[in-house]
Design a protein around this ligand. Structure first.
Ligand code: G6P
Length: 747
């Protein structure tokens, strides 16, 4: 008994101390974040309502002020609001406003006003504090309301923080349970370890599984079980390090899939060879989120990337079969180019994929166009890529990664020719609601095509749910919502969310100049003076990216805040894209007009608030702009993930700069420390830009650090690893059930 206690007590003491420490750290950090969020929320809300309030104030219309305050607290975490004059007299307030936080009391607490001091000597500064109200914590934020240097008064916003208390309490419970369990299992483990050396146990298990005494007909089955056991052991090692690196991905491939090479099917090639006007051949890195994510994975895994050869010098730089080593000058993997005729490219790429599926899947109010002839080309081109996969496959069961909306039919076509293939399909754009997908005249073929995959991945759970719903409604399929799978014609497809990410650290960062040099060179290129403020946007010129909305937010900012006029410049790096499609041409004209109007309105000699740099920019330039900027705006109207948001964070190893992000991106679910702004709400978007430009350095650093930590951990190697490990499990489970069927038939 005494010997047992000697083993158990130290374990419990250590775990107890760690638990206490973890609980303290988590509580302090969680509170800090929630308070910061509450303050930003108040500032953004007030920023949005400011103009209306000022207008009513100037008219002396107290009723209107009361209504505007009520609107501010309607369906909002802000519970009460109050307006005081510059002399701290009450002007208007919402119903049941707590008397504890009246004008005089807030003035005194915040030292906005010192009682008895002449008015001119009061200091008008924003203030916020955490207070108690009837046993609950509340966050009180007082913001001076100023215009052109004149202080109208003070707005006081009070938010209930009960939810924060509940969350922190839940976190504490969780930590207590977690450490309680660790203590329990730690104590049991220590006791067991003390008694038996664990290796004796695993040796025994191995002897049992591989024992000569077992019946020969079960040997193949036992072999698979052994494989499964060793995979489970390996997977527990996978969780060992938080950061997934190319090397770890390679090891995972070796361990789980015996290092098999990977075949990728993706329309956009990672390297485009073009003939420049001076006759030289140049290599271009296309502006594509898909390429940004997948290329590092291919460099780590090796294999073949099958893509449309779209460059003007692509044929000259490939062999007779359209193959070449990639990246240029290295040979990490093979790029296999497929040549499309002008008609095929028009029907498959511009027509069905980009005038049909692209607007169908994005909620950006563009009408999808479906033409029978485009569909025929789409089908034929999918078949050509599927045939290329079969040519490149070295055995009957290759691992194939089918990418994006260009290839909804290819998975099934590959499956028909290679039934043993492991096919992972990933849809890089949103998957719409079931009602919407049925707009496409060939929706059933699209669903059936994708269900040729072993695993079908989307960025977020919502898109998986939409897909399952469509399969349930429109196909004779069995949908298992618990396991997230669809069985069609006896074949199962798992449907899973795999939020895509970027290489970490990005390779372009290694060669990037230091931040101050980037800033100097970009300021010089844009003709900016020292002390000016720079916002950047980096996009393909696409109507889903909300570029016009972004410019309107800049216009509103300059309209409302005179202090930014002549001082703030927004540089939009816009890569021309799909320019033969009328909707894209229309969008290009629109953003030209809006940018010129804003520049005419607020620009002047040596000052152009919107600089639209319409051309393809290579990644080193893009990174230089990210690093030079005070803020980056990503205002997509709808986006599967949006890797620009993640790249901006990755580029800022100085932990400065603010990300203003649309909530309609997949990235907004992960980069929670960004400032979220609805691009359709011009007032709030402009308030978010102002909040970003005013954000104290310490807060910028704290937000950037949190997002960088997240991206370091959830990088693209982890994205690929999760899919490949799931594929390996799926493959093994398939083989196991096949063997079991064989064994059952034999007996
Ligand atoms: C999106 C798509 C990608 C595509 C990229 C660029 O990110 O999901 O598949 O490559 O846009 O578009 P593009 O038409 O130039 O390939």
């Amino acid at each position: 008994m005494l010997r047992n206690l000697r083993v158990v007590v130290p374990v419990l003491v250590v775990v107890g101390c760690l638990g206490w420490l973890a609980s303290w750290v988590v509580e302090t950090t969680a509170w800090r974040w929630m308070v910061n969020d509450a303050v930003s929320r108040s500032q953004v809300a007030l920023g949005g309502a400011r103009d209306g309030l000022l207008a009513s104030w100037r008219r002396g219309d107290r009723d209107a002020l009361g209504r505007q305050l009520a609107a501010l607290t309607h369906e909002s975490p802000i519970a009460w609001a109050l307006l005081c004059t510059a002399d701290l007299e009450r002007v208007a307030q919402t119903r049941d406003y707590p008397t504890e936080f009246g004008c005089a009391s807030v003035g005194a607490r915040s030292r906005l006003a010192v009682p008895g001091a002449p008015r001119g000597r009061w200091s008008w500064r924003p203030w916020s504090g955490l207070e108690q109200l009837e046993g609950e914590r509340v966050q009180v934020t007082a913001e001076p309301v100023k215009e052109d240097g004149r202080t109208f008064g003070v707005a006081v916003l009070v938010q209930r923080m009960g939810y924060a208390e509940r969350r922190v309490a839940r976190l504490e419970d969780f930590i207590a349970i977690f450490f309680g369990l660790i203590g329990l299992f730690g104590a049991i483990g220590a006791l067991q370890g003390y008694r038996f050396f664990w290796r004796d146990w695993t040796d025994e298990l191995r002897r049992m599984l591989g024992g000569k005494a077992s019946r020969p007909e079960f040997h193949p089955l036992l072999q698979d079980v052994q494989e499964l056991v060793s995979q489970l052991a390996d997977e527990s090692q996978d969780g060992g390090g938080p950061v997934c690196t190319p090397e770890r991905l390679r090891q995972t491939l070796r361990r789980h899939l015996r290092g098999e090479k990977i075949l990728v099917v993706a329309n956009r090639e990672p390297y485009i060879h073009d003939r420049a006007p001076n006759g030289e051949i140049v290599v271009r890195h296309p502006a594509s989120g898909l390429v940004t994510a997948l290329e590092p994975v291919m460099r780590a895994c090796s294999g073949v990337w099958i893509a449309h050869g779209s460059g003007t010098a692509d044929r000259e730089t490939a062999d007779r079969r359209g193959r070449l080593s990639a990246p240029p000058g290295e040979s990490a993997y093979t790029l296999r180019r497929i040549w499309l005729s002008k008609e095929e490219e028009q029907g498959f790429y511009f027509g069905f994929a980009n005038e049909g599926l692209w607007p169908l899947c994005h909620l950006a109010h563009a009408r999808p166009i479906f033409r029978k002839a485009d569909w025929e080309h789409y089908r034929k081109v999918n078949q050509r890529f599927a045939d290329a996969v079969c040519e490149e496959a070295e055995g009957p069961d290759p691992i194939v990664l089918v990418q994006d909306y260009h290839f909804a039919l290819a998975p099934r076509m590959i499956r028909e020719r290679l039934p043993g293939a492991t096919i992972l399909s990933f849809w890089h754009i949103p998957w719409p609601h079931a009602e919407q997908i049925a707009i496409c005249p060939w929706y059933a073929e699209l669903l059936e095509g994708l269900l040729g995959s072993s695993i079908l991945g989307f960025h977020i759970q919502l898109h998986c749910n939409n897909f399952l719903e469509a399969a349930d409604r429109y196909l004779e399929a069995r949908v298992d919502r618990e396991r997230m799978g669809v069985v069609l014609g006896g074949r199962a497809t798992l449907v899973r969310p795999y939020p895509i990410s970027i290489e970490w650290p990005p390779r372009w960062l290694a060669d990037s100049p230091p931040v101050n040099e980037c800033r100097r060179s970009v300021f010089q290129e844009l003709g900016l003076r020292e002390g000016m403020l720079l916002g950047v946007g980096v996009d393909r010129l696409d109507y889903t990216k909300g570029i016009e909305e972004r410019f309107l937010a800049v216009e509103r900012l300059l309209e409302r805040e005179a202090r930014f006029r002549g001082r703030f410049v927004f540089a939009q790096l816009g890569a021309p894209s799909r320019s033969t499609i009328p909707r894209y041409q229309q969008m290009n004209d629109e953003i030209d007009q809006v940018a010129s109007r804003i520049n005419r309105r607020f620009g002047g000699p040596g000052y152009k608030p919107i600089q639209l740099l319409r051309q393809h920019h290579e990644p080193p330039t893009v990174f230089r702009y990210y690093r030079a900027a005070d803020l980056c705006s990503v205002s997509s109207l709808h986006d599967g993930m949006n890797l620009v948001a993640k790249e901006f964070v990755a580029a800022r190893d100085d932990c400065r700069g603010v990300l203003v992000l649309s909530p309609f991106t997949g990235a907004a679910r992960e980069l929670t420390e960004a400032l979220l702004a609805n691009p359709y709400d011009v007032d709030r978007s402009s308030a978010a830009l102002a909040a970003a430009l005013d954000m104290p350095v310490a807060e910028q650093e704290a937000r950037m650090k949190a997002m960088r930590r997240f991206l370091g951990e959830f990088n693209v190697y982890r994205w690929a690893e999760r899919m490949l490990v799931d594929a390996a499990r799926n493959r093994l489970a398939g083989r196991l059930s096949e063997r079991l069927r064989e064994a059952a038939r034999a007996s």
